[in-house]
Design a binder for this molecule. Sequence first.
Ligand SMILES: Nc1ncnc2c1ncn2[C@@H]1O[C@H](COP(=O)(O)OP(=O)(O)O)[C@@H](O)[C@H]1O
Ligand SMILES: [Mg+2]
Length: 381
Amino acid sequence: MHSDPEFGDDKFTHARAVVAASEFNQAVLDTVADGIITISGDGRIRSFNKASERIFGYRASEVVGKNVALLMPQSYAMRHDRYLAAYAASGQSKVINERPELEGKRKSGDLFPIEVSVTEVSHAGEPIFVGVIRDITDRKRMDRMKAEFISTVSHELRTPLTSISGALSLMRSNALGGLPPKIEHLVEIALRNCTRLSALVNDLLDIEKLSSGKVTYQMEFWRVEKLVSDAVDDNIGFGETFDVKILAELNGSEHEIYVDRQRFLQILGNFISNAVKFSPKGNSVRLRVSYTNAAARILVIDQGSGIAKEKHDRLFKRFSQVDSSDIRKAGGTGLGLAITKELAEQMGGKTGFDSELGQGSTFWVEFPLVSRDKVAVLKPR
Ligand SMILES: Nc1ncnc2c1ncn2[C@@H]1O[C@H](COP(=O)(O)OP(=O)(O)O)[C@@H](O)[C@H]1O
Ligand SMILES: [Mg+2]
């Protein structure tokens, strides 16, 4: 065969280009901060980048060809093989397309929190899984510190606040003799601000407890309409300070829901206080219950300012107030709806709203209707 120098050169150049490209890809893989691990369909590790070595403490040569279960705690490793098998059969996975927080196991045996995302690619007709692993130990530690800090500060604030507001209430009650009008006015203002501050502290404590799963619920059967009329009674006074009436439109239904009464009233209380705060003087806020076969939806309807469409997504997030001037105008922390949603969901309910700017708003919470018999059958004493 005669050699064609040009063709030979071409082949050589091509091979060199392939090597260069592969070196380039490797260099990129090795500089990413996240661990990138590829796994074959049977769960064996095919590649392990530099960051993976750093995160897990293994050299690539120690783990390539081994089952990826090596990098997981025992409890999860056993399930993983079944996951892979189930995925192969159904194409459904818990990890693919999601970003769950799991635990990884370092070579030393230490467990640590990781965030994992897995994608599937097909290589030479074979499925390959690409796992991107992020060590979130530091983030978790920060989250914990933040939560502890909030909780400590809130607790430390609460005690002196209780004492200040106790003292002020006593002064106002005339138990210590009447106060000159000017001082009485100042005491009134101080007391109102105390109430605001303790509402903030309570909200902060609630948010912290809700996100760390520390809220306990005293679940009981309650007639929906009884709860609704209690909520109205609780908030009528607040309505009066804004010159807004609170009305319940009830029809005497006996339907029951299964909730923690106090927490349920907190949910309605927040909807009602918002509705009152954002209603013009002289308006009314109406409460109504609508039933479907399976659920009771409690609606809190106002004809106040309404909420612009583009602000809807943010509403149930923490510290979100549509307009930061709201705080000054109406008071509040922007935590109420975040707490409300979380409370409802943790008790098995849902929340939502309809609103248009200038057209008022309707906020609702929905709980499944329950019958005592059914629950009694499920849980015999
Ligand atoms: N009924 C309502 N009408 C108009 N705006 C509302 C209504 N309910 C809630 N909002 C808007 O949503 C924001 C967040 O409410 P919330 O989480 O309860 O916090 P806060 O009451 O402490 O401000 C409010 O500040 C307000 O901008
Ligand atoms: Mg509120």
